[in-house]
Ligand binder design. Structure first.
Ligand SMILES: NC(=O)c1ccc[n+]([C@@H]2O[C@H](COP(=O)([O-])OP(=O)(O)OC[C@H]3O[C@@H](n4cnc5c(N)ncnc54)[C@H](OP(=O)(O)O)[C@@H]3O)[C@@H](O)[C@H]2O)c1
Length: 428
């Protein structure tokens, strides 16, 4: 009889609990599909006595998760504790060094230690898989490393944090302010008590850095991701963008430019009638452009017990079937040290100015933009009661450097009442 694949689970919270439920519910199905049984042999979490709503009586318990990685009756360790260092890192590294496969949902850890862990896995001849770490249940790592492996990838772009997408779509739908929608998201369990990692764009940037590595054959370089969260997105900008046919999304974009790898996670405008523009609520979406395939779009639930367990089990099944592919789609030793692109790619921008309502101000502003080669595509001046005249401009494609120089000059005008807002417009 074929030997079972024996797995251990470090962490029994939302994700770990979901994995136990899935293995218990679908044991027979998994065995048929993999050609061998998937057996949980040991588990670990902080508190042994906690009722987790699942029967753990058949599994060995370890107080220390690292001990799971040292057991003879474990072939594969699933790390779902979280934390970029500490027990998660120790547990994963010990497993890899001991020749055990690893599946993890931990994007923070891989964004910082992905390269060294990939080298460890490949030296030991084992798999290190992380589908659940990026865009939850969407099999995007698999799409890039396998289905699209014959393509040169030209851009990876997406909405990869459900909390932020929920907040932005609720602001647009209800007209409520950021702080109020954030409170609702916390009450519904979509946002953490400390939401800074989500709304600050860091969680999504972790994910983008992993996809960049797979797409462009570079070492994971989280430190070079330009990150801006959604905290400063105003209702006025959401409404103005909508009037001009756009939606605002926290968008991750990664592409290889002539001067290096561009990785940005920031609020951007996308066409309201595009798949990304229509993405509502906590869903995630990733758009991949490849030279032979063209554009592909992947949508699905980005978090939660079921979707995350689904992604973990997908990885476990591949390993059970004997599939061991390089962690970032090519041998780790061959991943390049790419420069971070300084200039970034040209784009159209949405600009909002608060200007004193004086004769000649508009002409001055247009002249300054023109002097820096920023040409105006569309302009809208909103009606106003007081002295301030809100003005919205959509530019043609321009370089960010030229735009920043123009905006600095406009900010210094006596008629400028507040710093201009500039949001990039990403095309699909
Ligand atoms: N939740 C999601 O939807 C989701 C989606 C994608 C990726 N992820 C990632 O999946 C991982 C887990 O997330 P989660 O939502 O399942 O977290 P969680 O609900 O907070 O669960 C964490 C689990 O790890 C255990 N744990 C923490 N520190 C430990 C330690 N030092 N030793 C042993 N066990 C320890 C906890 O034990 P106790 O239960 O005893 O406290 C708990 O069972 C994170 O990396 C997260 O980023 C989560």
């Amino acid at each position: 009889m074929t030997k079972p694949l024996k797995i251990a689970i470090a962490g029994l919270g939302t994700v770990g609990g979901g994995i136990v439920k899935m293995v218990q519910k679908h044991g027979a199905l998994l065995e048929k599909r993999a050609g061998k049984a998937i057996e949980i042999t040991a588990v670990s979490a902080r508190s042994r006595g906690k009722d987790r709503g699942v029967d753990l009586s058949g599994y060995a318990w370890e107080d220390n998760p690292v001990a799971l990685s040292q057991r003879d009756d474990v072939d594969l360790v699933i790390e779902v504790m979280g934390g970029e260092d500490g027990p998660a890192k120790a547990c994963v590294e010990t497993a890899l060094q001991n020749g055990k496969h690893v599946v993890t949902a931990n994007k923070a850890m891989l964004a910082l230690h992905g390269q060294s862990m990939a080298e460890m896995a490949e030296n030991s001849g084992v798999a290190l898989r992380y589908e659940a770490a990026v865009a939850g249940g969407i099999p995007i790592v698999k799409a890039l490393t396998e289905g699209l492996a014959g393509n040169g990838i030209t851009r990876v772009m997406g909405v990869m944090n459900g909390t932020c997408n929920y907040i932005l779509t609720e602001m647009e739908r209800t007209g409520a302010a950021y702080a109020d929608v954030l409170k609702d998201a916390q009450a519904l369990g979509y946002a953490e008590a400390d939401p800074s990692v989500d709304v600050g764009g860091i969680d999504a940037a972790h994910k983008l850095s992993l996809l960049s590595s797979v797409a462009f054959g570079t070492k994971v370089d989280f430190a070079s991701v330009q990150i801006e969260g959604i905290e400063r997105v105003s209702l006025a900008d959401i409404k103005n963008a909508r009037d001009m046919g756009f939606s605002i999304k926290l968008l991750g974009v990664s592409r290889m430019n002539a001067d290096g790898l561009e990785q940005r996670m920031q609020p951007c405008l996308v066409p309201a009638n595009s798949p990304l523009g229509q993405l509502d609520g906590v869903s995630n979406m990733v758009v991949v452009d490849g030279d032979f395939i063209g554009q592909t779009v992947y949508q699905g639930p980005g978090a939660g017990e079921g979707p995350t367990a689904s992604a973990i089990l997908g990885d476990v099944m591949d390993i059970a079937r004997g599939l061991v592919i390089p962690v970032f789609g090519q041998p780790a030793a061959g991943l390049s040290n790419s420069e971070a692109s300084r200039a970034g790619s040209d784009a159209a921008y949405y600009l909002r100015f608060s200007l004193q309502d004086q004769a000649g101000v508009l002409a001055t502003l247009a002249t300054i933009l023109g002097n820096f080669g920023v040409s105006i595509n569309r302009m809208h001046q909103y009606s106003h009661g007081g002295q301030s005249a809100p003005l919205v401009i959509v530019t043609h494609a321009t370089s960010r450097t030229a735009l920043d120089q123009a905006l600095a000059e406009i900010s210094a005008l006596p008629a400028s009442l507040a710093a201009p807002i500039a949001l990039r417009i990403e095309t699909l």
